[in-house]
Each structure stands twice: as structure tokens, then as C-alpha cells.
Design a binder for this molecule. Structure first.
Ligand SMILES: Cc1cc2nc3c(=O)[nH]c(=O)nc-3n(C[C@H](O)[C@H](O)[C@H](O)COP(=O)(O)OP(=O)(O)OC[C@H]3O[C@@H](n4cnc5c(N)ncnc54)[C@H](O)[C@@H]3O)c2cc1C
Length: 396
């Protein structure tokens, strides 16, 4: 598609990376995504092509065969996928989860898995945290990993374990101790595991029950039951009982990447709406000449641009190893609101045609709504900002 708007803060290297990813995405085009959406199919070919080009291993150090890039570059990659009319949620987990493995995985785990993830031989696309009863309150999870000699035996029920059927490796959060009563200790006793699903599927398939969940947009998500699934003790990431801390460590990166997907959507909506507003003529002139059409577009543009800049600031701080909790959370909030607003305007600008699937607007509209909700709800973002940045009392 023709891109009308530019990212003014790109360095020449970033602009080049953006162009390369854009060219790759253009090989697929909107019809491809439309068809996947219609049939609720996983975009296998797209993910394979992105993997082969090395983009999904952006965060893996070069020593392990990855591109050794930072969050800024990873953000550009995911933004471009969404900006092309695609949906990066099909494959973003490899980037979202990488921090936990890089920072807390053992040398042996890294040597064993990272080169194969980087080459595309292994897919790390599934992250199993959320449970039906616990919801946003992760310390309330009850999935339990009981030590049994040199193994753990895992039992529990998770919902929303996305892409488990498209993944060879799974990051899984489970309790290894019962939840403590004291609020200060409630996040302890949870451990993080890197499960080799190939072994489970080959040797103990009955211990892994997966039930796909159909959602309002094309998303490969599932309910999963772990039924005394045995994993070797070597699957534990870092130290036992510290797993939730390791997950929290990755939240800033996740917020920045998620903001980038929403920003990509925001620009797609603006590009698409602006083009249509120039072409569509009613009452003898282009509809974009009407202030009722032009001003909402200009307003949406300011918000996407603001989100873009805030995301860039958060990513720069992250890559410099500085604190960025306020910026990363604010960027996620602003970007998810901006893309939703741009989506609404884009739908309005298209009049009745916005509801017709071949225009892609209704699909992108459904897809972008999730960024306010998952992987973290905007209420939780506001709670973080209220408590940890503004210093207000904890609300829950
Ligand atoms: C498409 C999709 C894919 C997902 N993929 C994954 C995945 O791969 N792995 C995974 O582990 N999870 C995944 N999730 C789960 C996602 O992270 C959860 O939806 C999220 O953790 C919230 O849990 P919940 O849906 O049970 O909402 P709840 O916790 O029940 O919350 C419902 C509402 O109440 C609000 N709320 C609750 N408590 C408070 C409070 N104290 N203050 C203010 N508001 C509050 C929430 O913000 C929300 O608006 C996915 C979700 C979706 C929709």
C-alpha cells in the first residue's frame, strides 16, 4: 500500500530497516490477511518468511545467531507488520518473552535453544500465564509444578495460551509453593519453565489438552489443561520461586512492543482514511475537504504521532539500560487509545464501505481493539502509573 505518513524521528539505519521490513510485508498484502481472517487461519507463510529473514530473532544476541538489535529496532519491525495491514500478534511472543530467557536462562538453556530459535528451526511463540480464576491477578494462579526427583509434574488449567499449536517451546508460569497470605510475599513461590513441547507431544501427549478459542478477530488462542505433564528440572528458568519477578522484568519491553503494534495500526488507519478522503467525491468535492472529515483525521494524527514519540523515548531509555517504567506504560496506554481512535475515524471516513470486508477497515478495527485489553488492560497501566509514578495509594 502507499504510505502517506513518515516517521520523522528515524535514523538512516532505522529508516533502512523500516524499508526492508515494509518490502517483506508488501509481498503478502492485505488480501492475504483478509483471507486468513475470513478462515481464521494462522498466517504460517508470513511468519515463516519473517523468521527466515531473521526479524523475529532481532533481540537474540549475534553470538547465538540472532540480529543482536535493541528494543527500538524490534519495535520498528512489529510496527511495520501492523502498518502493512498485517497483524504482528501472530508472532510477537518470541520478542515479548526473549528477555526472560536472555536475562535469567542458564548458559546451557541459551546454548541449546537460542541458535535454533534464531535459525527458525524452533518456534518460541507461546506464553502460558493467565488462568480463568486469577485473571489479571497473576499471583492467584494455581497451576502447580510439584518436584519429583529430577522432574517437575505440572497440573493446572490456563486460558488464553495463544499460539501453543504453532510453537515448539512454551514459557509456562506455575506455582512451586502455595500462595503466601502476606501481601508482600504473594508474588513469591511462582516459577518459570521453558517447556519443550516436542518432547511432550511425542512422549506424553495425553498430559497436554488444548482447546482452541474463537475470538472476534483472527487469533490463535486456546484453553490448555496440563494433566500431570512431566518436565525435566532443567526446564526451570533461573531460580525456583522467582519466576513472577522474571516475568515482571520483561514488562517494559512488552509494553513498548505492544505500543508499536498499535502505532502501526494507527498509521495504517490514517494512511487508509486520508487516501480515501482524497479520492472519494460527494457533493462535487473530495470528502476530505469537509472539516467534519478533515479535523478528526488531523486530531487522530496528533495522537498517533504523540504515541510514536513517547514510544521512541521509552525504547531509547530501555536500550540505554535506564529506568523506563513510566514512559513504557504511558506509551502503551496512549498508543492503544490512539489506534482505537484512528480506527473509529477511518471507519467513519469510509461511510458504509468501512463495514465491507474487502476494505480491510472493519478487520483492522476488530484487531486493534485488543491493545487496550491484552496482554495487559489499560486499567492496570493506570494503576501502575498511579501507584509507582504518582505515588498514590495502592487501589487493589
Ligand atoms: C486475544 C488475547 C490473547 C491473549 N493471549 C495470552 C497469552 O498468550 N498468554 C497469557 O498468559 N494470557 C493471554 N491473554 C490474557 C490476557 O493477558 C488477560 O486477558 C489479562 O491478563 C486479563 O485477565 P482477564 O481477561 O481474566 O480479565 P480480568 O482480570 O477478569 O479483568 C476484567 C476487567 O476488570 C478490570 N479490573 C480487574 N481488577 C481491577 C482493578 N483492581 N482495578 C481496575 N480494574 C480492574 C480489568 O482491567 C478488566 O477491564 C490474552 C488475552 C486476549 C484477549
Amino acid at each position: 500500500m502507499t504510505i502517506e505518513l513518515t516517521n520523522s524521528t528515524d535514523t538512516p539505519e532505522h529508516a533502512e530497516l523500516r524499508r526492508e521490513v515494509r518490502n517483506l510485508c508488501d509481498q503478502f498484502g492485505e488480501k492475504y490477511w483478509q483471507q486468513r481472517d475470513l478462515n481464521r487461519e494462522y498466517p504460517d507463510e508470513f511468519v515463516a518468511t519473517l523468521t527466515k529473514a531473521g526479524y523475529l530473532s532481532a533481540l537474540i544476541p549475534t553470538a547465538y545467531g540472532g540480529l543482536g538489535l535493541g528494543i527500538t529496532e524490534a519495535a520498528i519491525i512489529l510496527e511495520e507488520v501492523n502498518r502493512s495491514g498485517g497483524h504482528a500478534a501472530a508472532c510477537h511472543a518470541q520478542m515479548y518473552t526473549m528477555g526472560a530467557l536472555l536475562r535469567h536462562g542458564s548458559d546451557e538453556q541459551k546454548k541449546r535453544y537460542l541458535p535454533e530459535i534464531a535459525s527458525g528451526a524452533l518456534r518460541l511463540q507461546a506464553f502460558s500465564i493467565t488462568e480463568p480464576e486469577a485473571g489479571s491477578n497473576t499471583p492467584d494462579i494455581t497451576t502447580f509444578a510439584a518436584k519429583d526427583g529430577d522432574h517437575y509434574v505440572i497440573t493446572g488449567h490456563k486460558n488464553w495460551t495463544s499460539r501453543i499449536q504453532q510453537s515448539d517451546l512454551l514459557m509456562l508460569l506455575a506455582r512451586t509453593e502455595k500462595r503466601a497470605d502476606s501481601p508482600a510475599d504473594r508474588a513469591n513461590g511462582i516459577s518459570l519453565f521453558l517447556v519443550d513441547l516436542r518432547e511432550v507431544r511425542a512422549n506424553q501427549p495425553e498430559t497436554l489438552v488444548v482447546e482452541p478459542v474463537r475470538t472476534m478477530f483472527n487469533y490463535a488462542t486456546n484453553q490448555v489443561w496440563y494433566k500431570q505433564m512431566r518436565v525435566p528440572a532443567s526446564a526451570l528458568i533461573g531460580e525456583e520461586s522467582k519466576g513472577f519477578r522474571y516475568v515482571i522484568d520483561g514488562w517494559n519491553a512488552e509494553r513498548i512492543l505492544l505500543a508499536s503494534e498499535a502505532i502501526g495500526d494507527g498509521y495504517w488507519f490514517l494512511d487508509t482514511a486520508v487516501r480515501y478522503a482524497k479520492e472519494r467525491s460527494v457533493f462535487g468535492h473530495a470528502i476530505g475537504a469537509n472539516q467534519g472529515v478533515q479535523f478528526p483525521l488531523a486530531r487522530a494524527y496528533t495522537q498517533v504521532l504523540a504515541a510514536d514519540m513517547m514510544r521512541n523515548r521509552a525504547a531509547a531509555l530501555f536500550d540505554a539500560g535506564e529506568k523506563c517504567g513510566a514512559e513504557a506504560n504511558a506509551a502503551k496506554f496512549v498508543a492503544s487509545e490512539a489506534s482505537w481512535q484512528a480506527g473509529n475515524i477511518c471507519l467513519d471516513v469510509h461511510g458504509g464501505y468501512g463495514f465491507v470486508d474487502k476494505y480491510n477497515v472493519e478487520r483492522k478495527f476488530r484487531e486493534t481493539r485488543v491493545y487496550q485489553v491484552a496482554p495487559i488492560n489499560n486499567n492496570m497501566i493506570l494503576a501502575f502509573l498511579g501507584q509507582h509514578v504518582l505515588g498514590l495509594p495502592k487501589s487493589y
